[in-house]
Design a protein around this ligand. Structure first.
Ligand code: PLZ
Length: 430
């Protein structure tokens, strides 16, 4: 059988260098477990980056795509549309916050949802400016990377970015940016560099994902809502990573009670099939002219069938409640670990529902990042059979994204591995 080592060598010879990978070549996966080319078994705390919220190969999802495959797998919705797309739009219109008429468009990736939300906001307002936030991640397409609030590796070497994009600070009290300071900075941007009346959209993640699992404070989001209303700016919540029950609510913004004009979603929406959506105020979603938005594969029938199954499973298996249970268990355990002597490297434990993380610091007084220790813990966990992902603009946060369907004993097993991995990495660094 082909080993990981052979595949790593073939990958580096055949695949673009810019496509980063780790060394675990998957051969099989089931719910929260994954097996690699060397026959090793892992608990999967990445879930394809918050995609497999319903686990790998959920039986209802497998049945739904098998059934759809019997009928047709692609017609292009622009050419020969199908009911399942329309029905999914109806369901997403009903599932998103906001007591107003809503509409949905389906596309394929998170970046594409973001791009289309911006196009809608521009068409609706007749303006072109965009406000995004430092540390944000919105995708790797030209506009997606421009909106992303981190230069290396996302923007470095890729030339001029689209114009009229301003980045305001995302509040992060742990690192000295209070909510008030972030708002003052936004006012300064409006006073000195961008006329708010030229701004079409403001886009923000309810919990920054790639940026470090930093939670947008409730008051901050509500204040942004007021500012958007004051200047006629379309408020876009990027729920690509936080959405679909991950935070214990269907959408992360529900924690703050903020109602955005548009929501972008992807990842967990179709449990591993490429599908994303923009849902929001009907008049904004309808602003582009017919033919102005869409795509060949947008709303692929297999992906749409998967999304219906995902929505059913979230409801039938109470995955929002389950996300909260998982999160409470994770935070309680991490907090206990952080309180132990010798664990001063854990600067903070934070999260919403099952979107949790811990931050590694060299010193709790300064909260200076410890990126090498973070990488070492991820490697130690991998050696012990747990897939962990790091994140954070300073590369010093470990995020925990188990499927929401993970059996509790596997969750315990994974938390034991995390504790042992931190111990081993701390010891090795001493
Ligand atoms: N918006 C909030 O988290 C994707 C990116 C992984 P795509 N995040 C994982 C990587 O290294 O590329 C993401 C996100 C938020 C948009 C996106 C983009 O989604 O489906 O990757 O295009």
């Amino acid at each position: 059988m082909t080993t990981n080592a052979e595949l790593i060598a073939r990958k580096s010879a055949a695949v673009a260098r810019g496509v980063g990978t780790r060394g675990i070549y998957a051969t099989r996966a089931e719910n929260a477990e994954l097996w690699d080319a060397d026959g090793r078994r892992f608990i999967d705390f990445a879930a394809g980056i918050a995609v497999n919220n319903t686990g790998h190969r959920h039986p209802k999802l497998m049945a739904a795509i098998a059934e759809q495959a019997q009928a047709f797998t692609h017609t292009c919705f622009h050419v020969a549309p199908y009911e399942s797309y329309v029905a999914l739009a109806e369901r997403l219109n009903a599932a998103t916050p906001g007591d107003f008429e809503k509409k949905t468009m389906l596309v394929t990736t998170g970046a594409e949802a973001v791009e289309n939300a911006i196009k809608m906001a521009r068409a609706y307002t007749g303006r072109s400016g965009i406000v995004a936030f430092s540390g944000a991640f919105h995708g790797r397409t030209l506009l997606g990377m421009a909106l992303t609030g981190k230069v290396a590796p996302y923007k470095k070497g890729f030339g001029a970015m689209p114009p009229e994009i301003a980045h305001a600070p995302f509040p992060n009290p742990l690192h000295g940016v209070s909510e008030e300071e972030a708002l003052r900075h936004l006012e300064r941007i409006f006073a000195s560099s961008v006329d708010p009346e030229r701004v079409a959209a403001m886009i923000i993640e309810p919990v920054q994902g790639e940026g470090g699992f930093t939670i947008a404070p409730k008051g901050f989001l509500l204040k942004l809502r007021e500012i958007c209303d004051q200047y006629g700016i379309v408020m876009i919540l990027d729920e690509v990573q936080a959405g679909m029950a991950r935070t214990g609510r269907m959408f992360g913004c529900e924690h703050a009670g903020v109602v955005p004009d548009l929501i972008t979603m992807a990842k967990g929406l179709a449990g591993g099939f490429p599908l994303s959506a923009v849902t929001g105020r009907a008049d904004i979603v309808d602003a582009p002219n017919p033919g102005g938005v869409g795509g060949t594969y947008a709303g692929n029938p297999l992906a749409v069938a998967a999304a219906h199954a995902v929505l059913d499973v979230i409801e039938d298996e109470n995955l929002c409640v389950r996300a909260d249970e998982i999160g409470e268990k994770i935070r309680a355990r991490l907090t206990t670990i952080a309180a132990r002597q010798g664990m001063e490297c854990i600067g903070e434990v934070r999260g919403l529902g099952a979107m949790n993380a811990f931050e590694l610091v060299t010193d709790r007084a300064t909260n200076a990042p410890d990126a090498p220790l973070t990488a070492a813990i991820v490697a130690e966990a991998e050696a012990r059979g747990l897939i962990l992902l790091s994140c954070g603009t300073r590369y010093n946060v470990i995020r925990l994204l188990p499927p929401l369907t993970i059996p509790m004993e596997q969750l315990d097993e994974a938390l034991n591995i995390i504790e042992a991995s931190i111990e081993a990495a701390v010891q090795a660094a001493a």
